[in-house]
Design a protein around this ligand. Sequence first.
Ligand code: 5MM
Length: 354
Amino acid sequence: MPIQFKPEDSRNSLVDEQKLVQTAAALLVGDKGLLAMDESNPTCDQRFARLGIPQTVEARRAYRELIVTAPGLADSISGAILYDETIRQRTLEGVPFLKILLDAGIVPGIKVDLGAKDMAGHPGEKITEGLDGLRERLAEYAGMGARFAKWRAVLAIGDGLPSRGCMEANAHALARYAALCQEAGLVPIVEPEVLMEGAHTLERCGQVTEEFLCAVFAQLHTQRVMLEGMILKPNMVLPGSTCPDQATVEKVADATVACLLRAVPPAVPGIAFLSGGQSAELASARLSAINTIFKLRQPLALAFSFARAIQQPALEIWKGEDANAPEAQRALVHRARCNRAARRGGYSAEMERS
Ligand code: 5MM
């Protein structure tokens, strides 16, 4: 006998829809975007190691203090994604980072996945873990003041990859996470990332991204996630990092917009791209071109949720030295401003010289 659905079954009555819609609107407000500063300790330490910065709790704290106290950051940044260690940290003077962000008008969020792990039976592929105990962790973070959360799933392109099994399992986990977030009153940032590493073409990245997004939205529907109360954080459609044919900014923008139009329901209030290892300047230029093209075609907000493309220049200036902190903060805020301009389609290489 087929399952009988009543229309009201398709909504989760435990969800405070208005609160979620308001938080999503605050994150997508004007031409601002998100700052991803949620690198797990291993990722943060790897980036520190490359620059000879000590890989300690104190170095990570000092670096995150530099970020949250950067003067003018809130002019371009609406929300900051924190990591479990960071959300509990304070400035040297003892002020909680959460208070600094809230006082500046930056909405705090938290990464809640526990990382992408090798997937059984799927050599070369990863499944993101962290669903066990997630309801309790979300309640704790919401109690601390977080208003949104983030979960990242990754797909690699390669010989015979990605597999349908990996795509479906990650899409399912993203949807289970998103439903739990909404139940806890947190806006889920849903991050299905197709990785840039490899020699694949732009077209191949477009096909895989479209398929992945379709699988994710099918699962979000099945798990009764309210699309109006979430934000999508996808990759741009890019050629692989070692593909001999590196597409122009315009080609990337066209392919990305075509893919989003096909795969993202317009009920989603906005998209906040990840940068995925692109250079900071290219990420801004491509975001700007995407906004120029997209503006005429669909009402979705097209923002950014960059980590490396905002932080990397600042990290390279800081190098773990207190004396470099003010210059590093200026570099950080400059990148945030460039991306704010890109949201309006107004970024140009000129901005790098000003
Ligand atoms: C793809 O990574 C996310 C966006 O960063 P980029 O703009 O640099 O691509 C980022 O939020 C990522 O999810 C966090 O840095 C956490 O990464 P790990 O690998 O430490 O979980």
